[in-house]
Design a protein around this ligand. Sequence first.
Ligand code: SAH
Ligand code: SF4
Ligand code: F3S
Length: 476
Amino acid sequence: MENTLAQDTKGKYFIKTFGCQMNMHDTDRMASLLVTEGYNPAEQIEDADLVIFNSCSIRDKSEQKAYSSMGLLKKDGKKKNPNLKIGFAGCVAQQDKKEVFQGAPHLDFVMGTDSIDQLPEILYRLNHGEEKIMQVGFDPSNDYSIETKVLPGKSTAFVNIMKGCDNFCTYCIVPFTRGREKSRRLEEIVQDVKRLALLGIVEITLLGQNVNSYGKSLGGKKVGQTFPALLIALQKMADEMEANGTTHPRGEGGRPKGIQRIRYTTSHPKDFDEEMIDCHANLNRLVPHLHLPVQSGSPTVLKKMKRYVPIELYKARLAELRRRVPGIAITTDLIVGFPTETEEDFEQTLDLVKQVEFDSLYAYMYSARPGTAALSLGDPILDQEKKRRHAILSEVQAEIQARKNTEQVGKVEEVLCEGESKTNANLATGRTAGWRIVNFSLEGSDLKPSQLEGRILPVKITDANTYALKGELSLL
Ligand code: SAH
Ligand code: SF4
Ligand code: F3S
């Protein structure tokens, strides 16, 4: 059997992924298509016959990283392996199109964000003599219908519920690289997730640039296609599967059966309303974590970003959420150095961070992006000043975060294990439902960290720092 597989193989692939979960999801999708086509994964880039760079364009640095990484294969990649094919995919590919080929004679194809499913066709064409293929069109249909691809043995999955973005926040490239917003039908997603549960998936992350807009392209509220309706339907489906015992019988090594955790990202402050708070309060499979990027604490900057919500309303909603779901983790994204950001604006961001006490946050230095509305404002804040603001913000947050993490010490948390810790093979690592990283020891058990991937385990938290918690398996 193994021999047949080896004979059928078309070679090995390696995909280098940059950027967000959308790109990771696209990588999963490419990998799964490649495996179906007869490719095997390569351990390292040097061993591959097909290398794809899945690029991100969110900031200039991300773009440069993808380009320079691809450039590394220019010198002798094809000398070492004459069969090597190289592709450039993702948001930079979508943005730069044929320009990607300039200065990259070693590149065989450029593939945009809406062309993932055409990968087998592209490879077929390359293997039949075509050169320098470019596939960067957006699918013109209103439909968005897919089946989530996962590799065997996985316990978590990203589930795209929509694609594109229509918000056009003035700093952001995503509406240009991902096209117009389109949603998958609710019924299709529920069936898809049911299938994932049967494959042994225990945690799903629903993906969309603004999940609160989910369903709008399908008719929205009038036809019952809304994000809260989707969350309720998924919870119901998982409850029924568990009650009927129809989930994956594997449960091997104690892996739980069926969808235990539902995550989503990203929600938009303008749309995070009472109905969403109700979902968090009522649906026990929805994790106690909300990522709600606010970007700035200054109303003037928010207006210039085309992302205005009254700060008082933002804070009130979060306070209400914390009241209804005690202990819920709240995280955010912030940008420092937006072109019009004054020292006072920045102070307002600091105030917001101090008042809300986020459980964690991502702070970014503003980067001007091609084609965006904010480009006309220039980029007057010097790098040095952006760095200064970033450092102050990070310092303020680090203190809050360390304190909040320390409050977890003594608790027993359910941790979804991801296997061995990267820095210490004796420790297992995983995440709490609230998205905190926990590295934990397995004393008193004969299990190895690598055997625990996909299991949800009780872990007693014994120590904490700014970025992670430490613990020990709690044998009841
Ligand atoms: N759709 C999500 C965010 C996607 S991009 C949302 O609206 O929340 C992820 C984060 O990158 C953003 O939240 C923002 O903080 C940051 N970002 C986007 N464009 C940027 C730019 N031009 N410069 C710096 N940071 C940026
Ligand atoms: Fe970008 Fe705004 Fe869309 Fe998020 S909501 S992807 S920040 S345009
Ligand atoms: Fe994601 Fe980067 Fe594209 S953040 S949507 S991969 S620009």
